[in-house]
Write a protein that binds this ligand. Structure first.
Ligand SMILES: Cc1cc2nc3c(=O)[nH]c(=O)nc-3n(C[C@H](O)[C@H](O)[C@H](O)COP(=O)(O)OP(=O)(O)OC[C@H]3O[C@@H](n4cnc5c(N)ncnc54)[C@H](O)[C@@H]3O)c2cc1C
Length: 385
């Protein structure tokens, strides 16, 4: 067996790298091992949208300039399922950075901070005298499982995956757009609601384009997933990209476990972070901010409370996201009626503070003050009558 690692992180996406980076930031002497089944750079099916809120997390991790060489996307345009529309400058610009680039930079930053990075696919996990043993030879005081939507570690510790009703599936590809395109476009669909397509310009003459819907809605079609996802994306493209779309390249699909069906955040000395903890916003599909945040909190618990890291992690998650997650749970329930989203977008188009608030709820840890909830509810009722 190896010596004991203070922290072994499984999965080197944003959640895992954030965890490894934070551990070494808090205790530069601690031994941290970051495992991933893939070599980096590697692709990850994603919209590549990195919210300003995620950049705030990068700054906390000591990486404020990680995306400075990428052009920000200052504008967001959203069309609701019933056709209400808002297009406005966001309070803090977002970025669109392909995951092949973003994730590799995070891994490199972790390596530079003294984290040992190894290519290794985790298959087994046991506990032994207050330690966790991975694949029979890697011994850890604490494990952070950041191995994504289909987390093997989550399964190994007996935590059930996201229920189908709280899981989405989405496809993304890359299309050519004018190089000066700087608007993130979201077009919601009443067909198979909740569902939406997006075009997120990278800033180099290409845009990440995609389409996603809830897993049960896709199954209800009775058609092969590929046919549904690719077909609907192709139909939506003319609405989303100004120039002729041409051929969409590199189409890849993946599951999105939504926070509305989040599981317990771990067991014993194993903490789940990011998609492994089903931390994806059910309203927008945003998960990178949550991944960075939960990865950081998991490391804070592992390093700061080594006797009972899970308890500390639960507390940290509750403090950082408790009210927000209750808000998105409630909004996801209300949003089952597309009319609610029509009303919200309608109000956001008239009132900048509502637009900013929706951005914070959809991409960050925002909550809805009762006064604004009432304004949207009123509009919703008015639209119904
Ligand atoms: C089509 C699509 C579009 C999306 N668009 C956006 C968007 O625009 N903005 C946004 O914020 N979010 C978006 N999301 C969500 C976002 O991609 C995820 O929330 C985010 O990647 C979660 O990061 P993570 O670190 O938890 O997991 P991941 O990024 O999935 O990383 C998990 C890592 O674990 C590794 N791994 C898996 N199993 C093992 C194993 N057994 N052993 C070792 N390593 C293993 C994998 O190789 C991988 O590197 C989108 C998701 C999809 C599917």
């Amino acid at each position: 067996m190896d010596d004991v690692w203070d922290l072994v992180v499984v999965g080197a996406g944003p959640a895992g790298s954030a965890s490894a980076l934070r551990a070494r930031q808090l205790d530069p002497g601690c031994r941290v091992l970051l495992l991933d089944r893939a070599d980096f750079p590697r692709d990850k099916p994603c919209g590549d949208g990195i919210a300003a809120h995620a950049r705030q997390e990068l700054a906390l991790l000591g990486l404020p300039g990680l995306l400075d060489d990428h052009r920000p996307t200052p504008r967001l345009s959203v069309t609701s399922p019933g056709g209400a529309h808002v297009s406005a400058v966001v309070a803090r610009p977002n970025h669109v950075v392909p995951r092949r680039v973003f994730d590799a930079r995070l891994v490199e930053a972790a390596r530079a901070r003294g984290v040992e990075v190894r290519r290794h696919r985790v298959r087994t996990l046991t506990t032994l005298g207050g330690h966790v043993v991975i694949d029979g030879h890697l011994v850890a005081r604490t494990v952070v499982a950041a191995d994504g939507a289909n987390s093997a570690v989550r399964r190994l510790i007996g935590v059930p995956p996201s229920p189908d009703g709280h899981t989405a599936i989405a496809v993304r590809g890359y299309a050519d757009v004018p190089p000066d395109d700087d608007v993130q476009v979201i077009v919601m669909q009443s067909e198979a609601w909740p569902a939406y397509g997006w075009s997120f310009p990278v800033g180099d003459g290409t845009a990440n384009v995609g389409y996603g819907l809830l897993l049960p809605r896709m199954r209800e079609t009775g058609l092969p997933g590929r046919e549904v996802l690719h077909g609907r994306l192709a139909r939506l493209l003319p609405e989303m990209v100004d120039s002729p779309p041409g051929e969409v390249r590199d189409l890849r699909a993946h599951h999105l476990p939504l926070s509305s069906g989040r599981p317990v955040p771990g067991a014993g000395r194993v903490l789940l972070a990011g998609d492994a903890a089903s931390l994806i916003n059910p309203l927008t599909g945003e998960g990178i901010y949550y991944a960075l945040l939960s990865g950081r909190l998991a490391a804070e618990a592992a390093i700061g409370s080594p006797d009972d890291p899970l308890r500390a992690y639960r507390r940290g998650l509750r403090r950082a996201l408790g009210r927000h997650l209750r808000t998105t749970d409630a909004l996801a329930l209300a949003a089952r009626s597309p009319g609610f989203i029509d009303a919200a977008i309608d109000v956001a188009a008239r009132r900048t503070e509502v637009f900013d608030l929706l951005v914070d709820v959809g991409l960050g840890a925002g909550t809805v003050p009762p006064r604004l909830a009432a304004a949207v509810a009123l509009r919703w009722l008015k639209n119904l009558t």
